[in-house]
Design a protein around this ligand. Structure first.
Ligand SMILES: NC(=O)c1ccc[n+]([C@@H]2O[C@H](COP(=O)([O-])OP(=O)(O)OC[C@H]3O[C@@H](n4cnc5c(N)ncnc54)[C@H](O)[C@@H]3O)[C@@H](O)[C@H]2O)c1
Length: 384
């Protein structure tokens, strides 16, 4: 019989739904020693929490996350709340001896992230941060191709994450659904929200950052705050572009904005190596573009690989339908839960751990600092 992993999930918004869906489906598709049980959902509004529990199959409801930590029928806490609550909840959960799955970005900034890493490592509790794009099969396959040495030396890494939903000056900041525009709740704007994803993927695929130089802009300087009702200064970066040098000698460019009219969630990256190049696009997430200079000259060109094959050739795909049928965004969360559960069984923790995610936090800090100083900033090491 499978061992149970009893989940207490906090926050029933976008990520609360994505994670609940992953917990519900993972055991149907993956054969694992552990099986998640939806033990409790925590949200401040009881009526909404009860409705969510009914819809998703949670056994119970809490309205204060502290109560969740006192319960001995909960093994793991899943933090799906805005960024300014991650540290407080995670540190308390670690003290209570709970495993922790925390949404990204790990923290509001590097120093807060350091405290979180200390807490989970002191308590020796399994921990993971939901940088889910690592588990899109085409992205996982990019990692495999790089590890197999197919690209050779990497010269360039290029990433962008473009949206267009905050262009209207009438859009308020703060409160439900709009906390991302409030620096007090989000920590930063596109840097911590969107570039954090690009940075995590880049660290995973291309190794550590050495230094960065950045520029940011806040196009709308004041917005009405939903909670105070007053017009307040906007403290987040609406757009950010930065240059980076990686420890492996490669040069990189990163760009993110919520002001790219026509783009909703255009996360793309391209990597150029000595022998081959790779490109990926979230809007076409099941495809990996690959160019191999070793191909016969006459036929040499970009291949568009439909990453849906079985037989262990395409990551995760043998767990799904038949070759040629694609999967989507929500599956990246199912894969991440599967890897977390497999890591519990094997004793080899699935990444990114809190310490892995701290590295991303240090890059974000350096980017935001450089945008103020105009200087190149070195990246602090997150290694032990
Ligand atoms: N991995 C990803 O791709 C991804 C995507 C979106 C969001 N996120 C991250 O997930 C987190 C949540 O984002 P979201 O988009 O789901 O936000 P959301 O606004 O949709 O949901 C946040 C939820 O937290 C609840 N909440 C806030 N404070 C609470 C508290 N003290 N106790 C209990 N519940 C509380 C809110 O009521 C809401 O249900 C953020 O850290 C965000 O950066 C990650």
């Amino acid at each position: 019989m499978a061992k149970k992993l009893r989940i207490g999930l906090i926050g029933y918004g976008f990520m609360g739904r994505a994670h609940s869906n992953a917990y519900r489906k993972v055991s149907n598709f993956f054969d694992l020693e552990y099986q998640p049980v939806l033990k409790a959902i925590c949200a401040r509004n009881e009526a909404n929490a009860i409705a969510f529990a009914k819809k998703w199959g949670y056994e119970s409801v809490e309205t204060d996350w502290r109560r969740l930590l006192e319960r001995d029928d909960i093994d793991a806490i899943d933090i799906c709340t805005p960024n300014n609550s991650h540290a407080e909840i995670a540190i308390a959960a670690a003290k209570a001896g709970k495993m922790i799955l925390c949404e990204k970005p790990l923290s509001m900034d590097g120093p807060e992230g350091v405290d979180m890493v200390k807490a989970v490592e002191k308590a020796k509790v399994p921990n993971m941060v939901w940088y889910n794009y690592r588990r899109v099969p085409a992205v996982t396959m990019a990692k495999q191709l790089i590890e197999e040495g197919r690209l050779g030396q990497i010269f360039h890494y290029r990433a962008k994450f473009l949206q267009d939903w905050t262009i209207s000056p009438e859009l308020p900041q703060g409160g439900a659904g709009l906390w991302r525009l409030d620096a007090k709740a989000a920590g930063s704007g596109v840097t911590g929200d969107l570039l954090a994803h690009c940075i995590d993927t880049a660290i995973w695929l291309n190794g550590g950052f050495a230094s960065v130089t950045a520029m940011t802009e806040t196009f709308i300087k004041q917005r009405k705050h939903t909670l105070s009702g007053k017009v307040e200064k906007v403290g987040i970066d609406d757009a950010c572009a930065f240059l980076a040098r990686f420890k492996n000698g490669s040069l990189a460019t990163f760009e993110s904005t919520r002001y790219a009219r026509g783009h909703k969630a255009l996360y793309t990256f391209e990597i150029n190596g000595e022998h081959a190049s790779i490109a990926w696009d979230l809007h076409d997430l099941h495809r990996l573009q690959y160019f191999d200079h070793k191909d016969e000259g006459k036929l040499r060109g970009w291949r568009s690989i439909h990453v849906t094959d079985h037989g262990g050739e395409h990551p995760y795909m043998d767990k799904w339908w038949v070759p040629g049928l694609q999967i989507g965004y929500e599956h990246s969360f199912i894969h991440q839960v599967a890897d977390f559960l497999a890591g519990l069984a094997s004793g080899k923790p699935a990444g990114p751990t809190f310490r892995d995610a701290l590295e991303t936090q240090f890059v974000c800090d350096a980017v935001l600092k450089s945008a103020k100083t105009g200087a190149w900033e070195k990246i602090k090491s997150a290694a032990k």
